[in-house]
Design a protein around this ligand. Structure first.
Ligand code: SAM
Length: 175
């Protein structure tokens, strides 16, 4: 019995460790910071669809849903996917997908992408968001927790930075 418990704990630990090959390790955003960001930095509401790339235990999704927004989380760690689905079970507008966010296309009505990423990937994530805006054909807002991009932010509030991400222009056709 003891061996089985140790084995299960080891597998769970491995799942949390292996994820860092694809992105940031699991560290939740501070709930009070998220609440203030949604009040002061980007006033999220019923017209919004927020996507959290690497949604962890789903606390950002919950904060968005409490303000009337719909929210979709992409999370690579199956343990966190199950936990966040349980924590968000009361919010009909919240969906959590087991997926590598580098490989997804966000829903067509997405208005804002949230990330608590890491310095190694943050510029790549902004480029990814720009690619998503281009696919959707409309502007997106990008909120980064803890990490600033090289491009100028629209605003910042405490550790959150807000960026406007416009679709890339298609190359001009030559006749
Ligand atoms: C720093 S945590 C942030 C969690 C949550 N967004 C929050 O702010 O509380 C980063 C999360 O991203 C997940 N993650 C890392 N790389 C990923 C990838 N390529 N696709 C999906 N999830 C990923 C990790 O498992 C972890 O839960």
């Amino acid at each position: 019995m003891g061996v089985i418990i140790v084995l299960v704990l080891f597998i769970l630990l491995m799942i949390f460790c292996v994820v860092v090959l694809w992105g940031a390790p699991y560290v939740p955003s501070k709930p009070s910071d998220v609440a203030r960001a949604f009040d002061e930095l980007y006033q999220i509401g019923p017209d919004d669809l927020l996507v959290d790339i690497g949604s962890g235990d789903g606390l950002v999704l919950r904060a968005a849903a409490r303000r009337g927004a719909r929210a979709v989380g992409y999370e690579l760690n199956p343990v966190l996917v199950l936990l966040s689905r349980w924590f968000n079970r009361r919010y009909g507008g919240v969906h959590v997908r087991l997926a590598n966010y580098w490989r997804v296309t966000v829903p067509p009505r997405t208005t804002v992408i949230y990330t608590f990423g890491e310095s190694r990937d943050i510029e790549k994530m902004a480029d990814w968001a720009e690619h998503q805006a281009t696919l959707l054909g409309h502007r997106l807002y990008f909120i980064s927790y803890g990490f600033q991009l090289k491009r100028p932010a629209l605003r910042s509030y405490q550790a959150h930075y807000l960026y406007q991400i416009d679709p890339l222009q298609p190359p001009e056709q030559t006749v």
